[in-house]
Design a protein around this ligand. Structure first.
Ligand SMILES: Nc1ncnc2c1ncn2[C@@H]1O[C@H](COP(=O)(O)OP(=O)(O)OP(=O)(O)O)[C@@H](O)[C@H]1O
Length: 386
């Protein structure tokens, strides 16, 4: 473990370019000791490259990487992967097929004398509850068991950090949830620092202490799961981290404050926005939109149901509003408005809305004072710090 307060992993302005386009572009990252950070973003955004850089499987073009206080890549030189104390767990398990479970786990422990090595193998196999299968070969194990062996092997040398690249994506849906719970349980139990790459939004939110959302080699936002879901920093994060619809909205000065309205009516008051008069957009997630049967086209929120998607416990309704814009709404199992039915949409009470100007979220009147930023606006240096 690293001394308290010091990050276990640190990336400082790291860039890695293949050909002309940076796969990782000026990324800063601090992963604190014992923290589990999830990294998510569209295919090709640089997630795996971040892991490969930390592991030492790639060299950064610029910037520095520090593990447990020691620079492993940067101006001071380059420490090869085998000397970095980094554990790796990949999607395909990457176990040695000709070695038993115990010998797979012992593989990285060749510097320990036999007695200590055997004891450590027993200890980590116990942690992943595979003590009874130590003599089996990988092909005699289920996919979930193989992934637990891969984690045991990664943990055995007591690494500074364990890097997991889409570790559950080769498992089927049911098994995935179970193996994920088991692996994350072991990481928590052992206080292991870990960085987990995933393309699954639910996984990123449910597993991470912090979530890093990447886009085109850069960090779009980093924060707690609640922050990236409930306070997205941009249009991209809002729509990538869950379903989101966007409606034009207006901030009105109100006596003693400000009121946010949109086509489906009043969204909320905006404490601290007193006297502001501005056009914005509001982000509405389907669980934030209520529906009532019937529509009067003279009132806010009138629309017609255009699609009903049954998901079991909840039913997703798509509604076309009078303006032609569409909005989605989760309704409980028992509520079903048929396609073609007139409905009135409104915002659920108590919402603290996310507002956008251009592609960036705005959080104060000062943010709406100037012209709206578009995608063309220069983005700041990427940062993964909270
Ligand atoms: N060895 C390589 N040579 C050339 N280009 C590469 C190499 N590795 C990655 N890239 C490119 O770098 C970019 C980032 O790749 P990376 O694998 O890090 O993305 P990712 O976010 O992990 O994607 P995915 O979710 O599809 O696995 C992509 O455009 C990819 O094509």
């Amino acid at each position: 473990m690293t001394p308290l307060g010091r990050p276990a992993v640190r990336l400082l302005g790291v860039t890695k370019t293949y050909g002309a386009v940076p796969a990782v572009d000026a990324v800063d990252l601090d992963v604190l000791d014992g923290e589990l950070v999830t990294v998510i973003g569209p295919s090709g955004c640089g997630k795996s490259t971040v892991l490969r850089l930390i592991a030492g499987l790639e060299r950064p073009d610029t910037g520095a990487i520090v593990l447990a206080g020691h620079e492993v890549a940067g101006p001071a030189g380059f420490v090869p992967p085998e000397r970095r104390r980094v554990g790796l767990v990949f999607q395909d398990h990457a176990l040695f097929p000709h070695l038993t479970v115990a010998r797979n786990v012992a593989f990285g422990l060749d510097r320990l004398e036999r007695g200590r090595r055997d004891a450590r193998v027993r200890e980590v196999l116990g942690l992943v509850r595979l003590g009874d299968l130590a003599g089996r070969y990988p092909h005699e194990l289920s996919g979930g068991e193989q992934q637990r062996v891969a984690l045991a092997r990664a943990l055995a040398p007591e690494p500074t950090v364990v890097l997991l690249d889409e570790p559950f994506s080769s498992l089927d849906e049911t098994l995935r949830a179970q193996v994920r719970a088991e692996l994350v349980g072991v990481l928590r139990e052992t206080g292991t620092t870990a960085v987990l790459v995933t393309h699954d939004q639910t996984e990123a939110l449910s597993v991470g202490d912090r979530v890093v959302v990447m886009r085109a080699g850069r960090v779009e936002q980093t924060g707690t799961p609640q922050e990236v879901f409930e306070r997205p920093a941009s249009r991209f994060v809002a729509s990538f981290m869950g379903d989101a619809d966007f409606l034009p909205a207006h901030v009105h000065p109100e006596r003693g404050g400000a009121l946010l309205t949109c086509e489906i009516g009043i969204v909320s008051t905006l404490p601290g926005w007193g006297g502001t008069d501005a056009d914005v957009e509001v982000v509405l997630r389907p669980h934030e939109v209520a529906l009532t049967a019937g529509a009067d086209h003279a009132t806010a929120g009138a629309g017609v149901v255009t699609d009903v998607e049954y998901h079991g416990a909840f039913v997703l309704h798509t509604v076309r509003l009078t303006s032609g814009r569409t909005l989605r709404s989760w309704q409980p199992h028992a509520v079903r408005h048929p396609v073609g039915a007139p409905v009135t949409a409104s915002v659920v009470p108590g919402l603290t809305p996310t507002l956008l100007r251009g592609d960036r979220a705005v959080t104060s009147p000062a943010d709406v004072a100037g012209p709206a930023d578009g995608d063309a606006a220069p983005r700041g240096r990427s940062t993964l710090r909270s």
